[in-house]
Every structure is written in structure tokens, then in C-alpha cells.
Write a protein that binds this ligand. Structure first.
Ligand code: PLP
Length: 371
């Protein structure tokens, strides 16, 4: 008898998922979650049915935190929080917790996600735009030497990888003593980073960490305790840190899935190995696009994203055909973001090199047929 469990993996083998988020997950991790869904670790209950204060769940939660600390070599003076609300909630939570230190903050505008962060932060106090790449349609990173950094800022916020525009910083900006705050939702764990250069790092889980519903915050301890009086308890970093991210019930299943991904990453050889694989993936795809006469990526070569590769067809009348034929060939979720159109291939950690080759082969064939 078919129980559905045998069929789905076979169908998955015929597809390649380039979703921008929630994004592809490693096949082996899904199988693992499936195998212990009804009965976690011989406890006779699902992880979804256990108290977040139980010994069992605490071992999962702490294990995830320790594994992430090892993967990114997070120094001991940083706290790791697993929170709800997505990266979007951080757009408010960060100013609510950090703005009061000096009364104003600096923001760098490199695209749609930075703009959203800026718009929210403005509700809470004075925000200076210290650099912007809007004048060149967000096709590059504003030269760090030209940033308008004044000394009395509570923090400087930037978006290391713009998921929609496909623009990524290739190095960490130097902001001196001013804490650097980074929205790493679509780049975290794709390559090694020096966490000690940051005041706060945050990332939604549904790209490189796991499934939606949980957000990872890595915060330097000395930045805890500046929340404004109006900050709700559920958003107060100090309270959340003191309660080990369990001020109220956390999203337990999302936390568990993040833990499985961290174990998978360790097995893959860690972030260094991921970065080697990711470098190959983005190089072969950009090289192919640049050499073709149909496809186009408009981002400055030095600032191109490793994780999100937007591209256009020079003949836009072929857009619909490209998307419907690629879907039929098992290449899923190549449609560009609704705000910018075109196509986008997101090639996060869980996307294999073979999937990128499958995409390139399709693009080659499509170009042959239509140009
Ligand atoms: C996906 C994403 C977000 C939004 O995450 P939510 O979980 O939907 O709030 C914010 N910033 C960046 C850079 C993203 O890629």
C-alpha cells in the first residue's frame, strides 16, 4: 500500500526549487523530521506536543544554540535569541531597544529591504540616511568611504544582502565604535563572517536557517538593557535574553527545524565548505548569464549576491513562456519578486550545484529555441 511517504521523495527528485523564501530545505533534513514527526526520540509524542519547558525540548533548544555558536564562531560576549515575528518585526524591535542609547541612528539604503527597515524605524525617532544607492537604481553598494558617519549614532543599520535586488556587500563596513546592525536574513550561514564586528545580527529563518516562524538574533551583551519604556515585554531584548528566549511560548517546531539544519551544516563541513559550494554556484550562473545574448543581470559585478540571482530576458515578450516552460521542466519558483518583475533564482545553501546546472541547461535550450 502506498502511504504517500514513498511517493513524495521521488517527485522531489524531479524538481529543483529556487524559491526566495520560504526556501528549499535539504532533502535529508526533511526525511529526518518526517521520521521523528510522530514519535520524537522514542518519547511517544511529537516535538510539537511537548512543553517548551520540558527537558526534551530544552535539550533541542540549547543544542541549536550551541551548534549555531560553533558554526559562526560567535564569541562568548554575544547572546543568541530565537524569537518570533520575522525580520520584519526586527525593523521595529531594533529601534525600540537600541535607539534610546544616543537618540538617533544611521541607516544605509541599498534596496527594498533597507527601505522597509527605514520606514519602520522612523516611527521611533530620528533616522539619518548615511548612504544610498537609490540614484543608480540599487545596482551597486554605496562606496563605504563616502558614508556620512557622525559619532553620536546609537547604531548603523544595513542589509548585507538585498534579497530582491540581488545586491550584496563583499566586506563588512567599518563603523568604528558605532554598533553595526545587520539584516542577514538571506545571507547568514552562506559564508564565514566575523561576528565580533557587529553589535547585532538578525535573520528570518526561512532562507538559510530553516522554516518560517522563527528569527535568530545575535546581540552583543552590552547592548542589552536600553529598551524604551514603551517597548512591550515580548519585544524587550533584555527580558528575552534573561528568559533564554522563553519569555512566552516560542515556536518550538521552527526551533527544532533550525536545530536539524545546523546539524546538517556541521555534517556538510560547516560554513567554510558552504561558502566554497556557494561560490561555485553563483560563478557558473553569473558567467552563463553574462555570456548569453538573451539573459541579463544588471547588478555591478563586484556587488552581486551569492544567494539571489535576479535576471531579465532581453526580449520581455518571452517572460511568460520562460516561466511556464521552466516550471514544466521541474524548475520551480523562478518568478521575480512582484515589485521588480523579471526572474530570480535563489540559490541558498540547500540548493545543490546540480540544480544550478539544471537551470543553466534549461536556459541554454530556451535561448537556442528563441534567439
Ligand atoms: C525575507 C527577508 C525579510 C523578511 O522576513 P519576514 O520573515 O517575512 O519578516 C527581511 N529582510 C530580508 C533581507 C529578507 O530577505
Amino acid at each position: 500500500m502506498k502511504n504517500g511517504l514513498d511517493e513524495k521523495p521521488d517527485l522531489r527528485k524531479l524538481t529543483h526549487n529556487f524559491s526566495a523564501g520560504p526556501a528549499a530545505l535539504p532533502h535529508s533534513v526533511l526525511l529526518e523530521a518526517q521520521s521523528e514527526l510522530l514519535n520524537w526520540n522514542t518519547k511517544g509524542a511529537s516535538i510539537m506536543e511537548m512543553s517548551h519547558r520540558s527537558e526534551e525540548f530544552l535539550s533541542i533548544a540549547n543544542g541549536a544554540s550551541i551548534d549555531l555558536r560553533n558554526l559562526l564562531s560567535i564569541p562568548t560576549n554575544y547572546k543568541i535569541l530565537f524569537l518570533q515575528g520575522g525580520a520584519t518585526q526586527q525593523f521595529s524591535q531594533i529601534p525600540l531597544n537600541l535607539l534610546a542609547r544616543k537618540g538617533k541612528a544611521g541607516y544605509v539604503n541599498t534596496g527594498i529591504w533597507s527601505c522597509k527597515a527605514i520606514k519602520e524605524a522612523r516611527r521611533f525617532g530620528k533616522i539619518n540616511i548615511i548612504a544610498t544607492s537609490e540614484p543608480n537604481q540599487y545596482r551597486s553598494i554605496p562606496d563605504i568611504k563616502q558614508w556620512d558617519i557622525v559619532s553620536d549614532l546609537s547604531y548603523i543599520h544595513y542589509t548585507p544582502n538585498e534579497t530582491i535586488g540581488g545586491v550584496e556587500f563583499s566586506s563588512i563596513p567599518d563603523t568604528g565604535d558605532i554598533p553595526l546592525v545587520a539584516d542577514m536574513s538571506s545571507t547568514i550561514l552562506s559564508r564565514p563572517i566575523d561576528v565580533s564586528r557587529f553589535g547585532l545580527i538578525y535573520a528570518s529563518a526561512q532562507k538559510n536557517i530553516g522554516i518560517s516562524g522563527i528569527t535568530v538574533i545575535i546581540i552583543r551583551e552590552d547592548l542589552l538593557g536600553y529598551a524604551s519604556n514603551l517597548c512591550p515585554s515580548t519585544l524587550n531584548y533584555r527580558l528575552l535574553s534573561d528568559s533564554n528566549s522563553m519569555y512566552n511560548t516560542p515556536p518550538t517546531f521552527s526551533w527544532y527545524m533550525a536545530g536539524l539544519i545546523f546539524k546538517w551544516l556541521k555534517k556538510q563541513g560547516g560554513v567554510e565548505c558552504m561558502s566554497n559550494k556557494n561560490r561555485i554556484k553563483k560563478n557558473i550562473l553569473y558567467d552563463f548569464i553574462d555570456a548569453s545574448s538573451l539573459y541579463l543581470n544588471q547588478v555591478d559585478q563586484k556587488d552581486r549576491s551569492w544567494m539571489n540571482v535576479p535576471f531579465l530576458l532581453k526580449d520581455t515578450s518571452l517572460n511568460f513562456q520562460f516561466l511556464s516552460e521552466s516550471k514544466k521542466s521541474g524548475l520551480l519558483n523562478l518568478k521575480g519578486h512582484r515589485l521588480v518583475g523579471g526572474m530570480r533564482a535563489s540559490i541558498y545553501n540547500a540548493v545543490e550545484i546540480s540544480s544550478v546546472y539544471a537551470l543553466i541547461n534549461f536556459m541554454k535550450e530556451f535561448e537556442k529555441r528563441h534567439v
